[in-house]
Each structure stands twice: as C-alpha cells, then as structure tokens.
Design a protein. Sequence first.
Length: 128
Amino acid sequence: MAKEFLYRGKTLEELKKLDVREFAKLLSSRKKRSVLRQSERIESFVKSCRKKIEKSKKIRTHLRDIIIVPQLIGMTINIHSGKEFGPVSITQEMLGHYLGEFVLTRKKVEHSSPGIGATRSSAALSVK
C-alpha cells in the first residue's frame, strides 16, 4: 500500500485548493517572504503554464526564483540553466523549493589526458 503524501499535515487535494498566499503560511520564513512578495508573479506564471498546456506547447522559462506551489504539480517545465533549457517534471516532494534548484548551472569538470605542449617534457617530443 502506497503511503499518502502529506505536506505539513495537509493532503495534496487540500493543498491544491489553497490560494498562493494561504500556501505561503505553510512555508519556512525565507520562502514565505518570497512567495508573499511575488504572489502575483507566481499566479500569472501558473496561469500561463496552464494556457500553454491547453495549447500543447512546451513550457520554457528563465524564472529560476519561482517557488513551486501545488498548482504546478504534474507539469513538465523547461528551466533555463544559463546555456540551455533543462526539462523538469514537478513532483510532490518539490513543494516549497525553487525551480532553479533542479537545473544545474555548472557541469562537473572532466579532465582528460594532457595534450602536446601541456608540460615541459612533452615539448621535447617530436610532433608527427
């Protein structure tokens, strides 16, 4: 039997009925402040996402500082990483996190073997 998802004691159906400002009361202080200051921006983002889904368009955004609210659950959003758009499907566990947390802006450094001219000893070798 699957465990029922609860966020701060509320089920997903109860959370989806809440307004953005009411959902902010369940968040920690820093994120609550962010949501309350950006409530209109978040609501317009959710509304534009719904319109794009109805038209079966991809959702692409540069807004990495938007906090994930219950109305976004189940959507797949392409978030800009600074170079390209990375697809992120929003799940229940992501509630209260920033969109930008799920698309990395830096890649892992991968070093390969050094090439000719990388060290003083390789300069003495003949180049073929």
